[in-house]
Design a protein around this ligand. Structure first.
Ligand code: ZN
Length: 173
């Protein structure tokens, strides 16, 4: 899963290993760019911690305006790996430069290859998917992109039991 940048877009928010305490923390990109038809816009509007600005045809949701105020980019907008880590264990929120997959909280090794998931929910879905007989991606709405890019190694019948066992262990974290 090393080529995920090209094929597997990041979700807006996901779990990482807290660089301060090693516990499960959340990583958040500072901005969400939405068009006016986006259904997500309404749910952001009720969140009083964010700022919503206009930029050209876009609505920009600045999720952490104190740490990352929105600045209009001179060219097009490109998401960087800079974001915010917040951790309930150490009750902090701080800037963090994402390094994936080394920052992953949910990861395991299966016969020499690294398997990771964005969040606990993703681990559950992945386990259910690997265990299922027919492995139909359309049975997991919202997880299609993630499941679609699981490397073959983890899908092999001979690795199935081991993968499931490792994922079960991740769920106990
Ligand atoms: Zn922490």
């Amino acid at each position: 899963m090393t080529d995920f940048n090209k094929y597997n877009p990041y979700p807006g928010r996901f779990s990482i290993r807290c660089p301060r305490c090693g516990g499960e923390a959340t990583f958040d990109f500072p901005f969400e760019l939405l068009n006016e038809w986006s259904e997500e816009l309404e749910s952001w509007r009720v969140d009083t911690t964010v700022e919503i600005l206009r930029w050209g045809g876009w609505f920009v949701v600045a999720k952490h305006p104190d740490l990352f105020p929105w600045k209009e980019p001179s060219g097009g907008y490109r998401r960087s790996d800079q974001g915010v880590c917040y951790c309930q264990n150490c009750s902090t929120r701080f800037e963090h430069l994402l390094e994936w997959p080394s920052d992953a909280y949910f990861y395991c090794e299966v016969k020499g290859k690294l398997l990771w998931a964005w969040s606990r929910e993703h681990v559950k879905v992945l386990k259910s998917f690997i265990q299922s007989k027919n492995r139909k991606i359309e049975d997991y709405p919202g997880y299609g992109l993630f499941l679609h890019h699981i490397p073959k190694h983890f899908m092999l019948a001979k690795n199935r039991d081991l993968v499931v066992k490792k994922l079960e262990k991740l769920l106990t974290l």
